[in-house]
Design a protein around this ligand. Sequence first.
Ligand SMILES: *[C@@H]1O[C@H](CO)[C@@H](O)[C@H](O)[C@H]1NC(C)=O
Ligand SMILES: *[C@@H]1O[C@H](CO)[C@@H](O)[C@H](O)[C@H]1NC(C)=O
Ligand SMILES: *[C@@H]1O[C@H](CO)[C@@H](O)[C@H](O)[C@H]1NC(C)=O
Length: 368
Amino acid sequence: MSFVFPVHFSLLLFTTSFPLTIGVSLYEKVQLLETSYADIKEVLECKVLNLETKVIALEAKIAALEEKAEHQESVLTTLQNEQENTTPMAPDSVEIDHPIVKNNPIFRTCYEMNEANPLLDSGMYWIDPDGKGIGDDAFTVYCNMTSGSTLIFHDTEPKTDVGHCAGRGCYSRKVNYGASNRQVAALIALSEECQQSITYDCISAPLQFNGVDFSWWDDKNGEPQYFWSGNNKSIHTCQCGIDRNCVESHITCNCDSIFQKPLTDSGTITDKNILPIMRLNFGRTMENSSSGLYTLGPLECGGKLETKQLPSSCEDLWRIGHVFSGFYSVMGEKFVETLHCDFSRRPDQQSKQRKSISFAIFYEQNGA
Ligand SMILES: *[C@@H]1O[C@H](CO)[C@@H](O)[C@H](O)[C@H]1NC(C)=O
Ligand SMILES: *[C@@H]1O[C@H](CO)[C@@H](O)[C@H](O)[C@H]1NC(C)=O
Ligand SMILES: *[C@@H]1O[C@H](CO)[C@@H](O)[C@H](O)[C@H]1NC(C)=O
């Protein structure tokens, strides 16, 4: 409002310098100015009041927001505390004990790392099975340096309840690994042996009932498998079936028993050509008394598949550790031959017909 006065005053000065003949109109003008001054004052006061109201409203809003933020912060802190207090899953717990060694050179497998440096402790390490600088990026695994084995974890580690459902495979869950399919396949191809454990804690939840398979797992090719231990693809069995010590003599899995009591089938799949387990399917848990809980272990691979004699294919060369695409001399059927090996090709980009001269390991695995 302060600027109103100078305006008023200067106008007054300006008008008084006019000749007297317009004296009357001068008086009117002053009156007019006074009225407009009152009007302006009123408008401005009204605006100020409005603004003050707005400021008060905004201050209230800010206070409310601050309160909300504080509440959310406390929720976050509670959640963080809860997470810290819950028992971490296998990969987390091992990670805590053994922080990832970042400066260690990246090997293709834990076995090779262990060979190169026997003093390294077990823990989380980066590996790159399909070769450094080609294919997919390195990823972290748990290296058991006692056994020289590599463990790839997945998103289905904790014991999981199947719940109640009736049909064949009415419960189904895909397993996602902490590495690409190509990297998993490469690790398996480089390893002497691979295995994966699976346990099913059951009450009135048969894997097979009246000759019908209600539960199975999908192998790496998506094929259903009904064996829960060992490597015999053609039979429905669990470890007790192999050991011939199931709770009933005529059954091959404890869970297939008609006894309504807690039972367990625990086994290890050892056929590396069809690992890892890509999906789990369970069924026939519809009774009120039924209960089915499964526990799937990490994929564990160990040893080193040695190349016998001289390399005779791109696959052999890759196993030895070659990563640079180009021409190589290999032992043919009778003579030394020159092959062009493309180590960079992904499985989905491979041309199958020119198998012998491309990096065909991911297709040849079943035949190998
Ligand atoms: C590492 O391997 C050894 C020997 O096979 C085994 O006794 C031990 O339990 C393994 N440790 C882990 C954490 O898997
Ligand atoms: C699988 O089991 C069947 C039936 O017991 C048996 O005849 C066969 O020889 C087994 N195959 C292997 C590879 O052990
Ligand atoms: C299963 O439980 C439900 C709810 O508790 C009950 O209504 C039903 O009768 C039970 N069924 C059997 C077969 O026991």
